[in-house]
Design a protein around this ligand. Structure first.
Ligand code: LMR
Length: 400
C-alpha cells in the first residue's frame, strides 16, 4: 500500500525536537518547541503537581472510564479558571466543558463540532499563526483564510488592518484568536483592542474560537483571561480551547479542555449533547490522570497558591531571558534594534531572524529555531545565552 506514496514532511515544530534529540553535539540548544525549561535546561514537574499526584495515588480507587465529557469536577475547575468564577457564563451555567487531550485535542473537538453545524463556514486565522491551526481546521474539512495581525516592520500588532479585516468577515464564519501570548509572534492585543474585537464580533456575527494555551504566561492567570471575560459578557456564542500543558507543565498528560459558551443554558445543553458525540467517535472519553491532578490543585487553596507561585517563577524567568537576549545581541554587535523582544509576551518571540539564518544556526551551531524565526525564550538559560547571542552574530554575518 505504501510503496507509491510519498512520505509526509516532518512537523515544523515537533519534527525539530526529533532532530534535536538525535544531535550529539553537547552545545546544542533547542529554541524550538514551546516547552518550558528551567535555568538548568530541564522541564521540571511542578511541586504542586507532585503533591497532587501523591494525594491522588493515596486516594484513587479505580481506573474505570471517565464520562465522555470527563470528570464534572474538572469541567467546573476549568471554567472557574478560564472564564472566571464571577463571570456570567459560569454563574448562569451557559458554558459547557469537555476534557480534551491537550489544547490540540480541544481544537480538534471544536473543529469537528463546528463542521457539523457550520459546514460552509470559512475559518480565519491570524497571519501568522501556530502552524497546527492550519492542519487541524483543514483536516476537519474547512476552507481557511487569514486576517492581518503581525507587522514585520514595527515588529508589533497591525491593529488597524486587523480590525478592518475582522469587520468584513461575514456572519457564521469562524475566527481563531490567540487569547494571550500569541504563538508564534509574542505580540498581544491590549484591553481596548480586545474591546473593539468583541464589538466587531458581535456586530458581524462571526464565531470567535479562542486558543488559550498560555494562561498565566503573559501577566497572570486573571489578567490573561481579559478577552475571554469580554466575550463572555457579550452574550454571544464562542468557544475556548484551553490547556494545562504549559501552565501546569502537564505536557505529556495531554490535559486540555474545550469550553463552549452560549447565550443561554438551554443552548449550552444542546451543544454538550453534540460535543459528546464528537468525543465518543474520536477517542470515547479522555485520559484521566492529568485532569484529576489539575482538579486537586485548583480545588485546594494551598496547592492553588503554590501553583500560582510556581507559574509566576516561570513567567519571570522567561521575562528575564527576554532582557538577557536583548542585552546579549546588543553586546555582540548584532545590527538592529531588538527592544521589541521585551515588549512581546509569553514563551515566544518572533525574533526577526531570516530562514537563512535559522538554517545556518542549526547546521553550524546546533541551535534549533522554528522556521520563520520563532524563538522559545524558555530554551535560553544563563549558561547558553552567550553562546546563542554570539552564534546569532556570526550567523547574521555569514548569510549577509
Ligand atoms: C508549540 O507551538 O511549540 C507548542 O504549542 C507545541 C506544539 O504542539 O506545537
Amino acid at each position: 500500500m505504501w510503496k507509491n506514496i510519498q512520505p509526509a514532511p516532518p512537523d515544523s515544530i515537533l519534527g525539530l525536537t526529533e532532530q534535536f534529540k538525535k544531535d550529539q553535539n553537547p552545545q546544542k540548544v533547542n529554541l524550538g518547541v514551546g516547552v518550558y525549561k528551567d535555568d538548568d535546561g530541564n522541564t521540571p514537574i511542578l511541586e504542586a503537581v507532585k503533591k497532587a499526584e501523591q494525594v491522588l495515588l493515596a486516594s484513587q480507587t479505580t481506573k474505570s472510564y471517565l464520562p465522555i465529557s470527563g470528570d464534572p469536577a474538572y469541567a467546573k475547575a476549568v471554567q472557574k479558571l478560564v472564564l472566571g468564577e464571577n463571570s456570567d457564563p459560569f454563574q448562569s451555567s451557559r458554558a459547557v466543558t469537555v476534557h480534551a487531550p491537550g489544547g490540540t485535542g480541544a481544537l480538534k473537538v471544536g473543529a469537528d463540532l463546528l463542521k457539523k453545524f457550520a459546514p460552509q463556514a470559512k475559518v480565519w486565522v491570524s497571519s501568522p499563526t501556530w502552524a497546527n491551526h492550519n492542519g487541524i481546521f483543514s483536516d476537519a474539512g474547512f476552507e481557511l483564510d487569514s486576517y492581518s495581525y503581525y507587522n514585520p516592520e514595527s515588529k508589533g500588532l497591525d491593529f488597524d488592518r486587523m480590525i478592518g479585516e475582522l469587520a468584513a468577515i461575514p456572519s457564521g464564519d469562524i475566527v481563531i484568536l490567540h487569547t494571550c501570548c500569541h504563538n508564534p509572534s509574542g505580540v498581544d492585543l491590549d484591553q481596548a483592542q480586545w474591546d473593539e474585537v468583541v464589538r466587531v464580533a458581535k456586530q458581524q456575527g462571526w464565531i470567535p474560537f479562542l486558543d488559550f494555551a498560555y494562561q498565566g504566561f503573559g501577566e497572570g492567570v486573571e489578567e490573561d483571561r481579559y478577552a475571554v471575560e469580554q466575550f463572555g459578557a457579550a452574550g454571544i456564542d464562542f468557544l475556548v480551547a484551553s490547556s494545562f500543558s504549559k501552565n501546569f507543565g502537564l505536557y505529556n498528560e495531554r490535559t486540555g479542555a474545550l469550553t463552549v459558551i452560549c447565550p443561554s443554558a438551554e443552548e449550552a445543553a444542546v451543544a454538550m449533547s453534540h460535543l459528546k458525540t464528537v468525543v465518543r467517535t474520536n477517542y470515547s472519553n479522555p485520559p484521566a490522570h492529568g485532569g484529576l491532578v489539575a482538579t486537586i490543585i485548583l480545588d485546594d487553596s494551598q496547592l492553588y497558591q503554590q501553583w500560582l507561585a510556581e507559574l509566576a517563577d516561570m513567567r519571570v524567568r522567561i521575562k528575564d531571558m527576554r532582557h538577557a537576549l536583548v542585552q546579549g545581541l546588543n553586546a555582540c554587535g548584532v545590527p538592529g534594534d531588538f527592544s521589541f523582544i521585551e515588549r512581546q509576551r509569553g514563551m515566544f518571540s518572533f525574533s526577526g531572524l531570516s530562514d537563512d539564518v535559522v538554517r545556518w544556526l542549526r547546521a553550524e551551531k546546533n541551535i534549533y529555531v522554528v522556521g520563520g524565526g520563532r524563538i522559545n525564550l524558555a530554551g535560553l538559560t544563563t549558561k547558553n545565552i552567550d553562546y546563542v547571542c554570539q552564534s546569532i552574530a556570526e550567523a547574521v554575518q555569514a548569510v549577509a
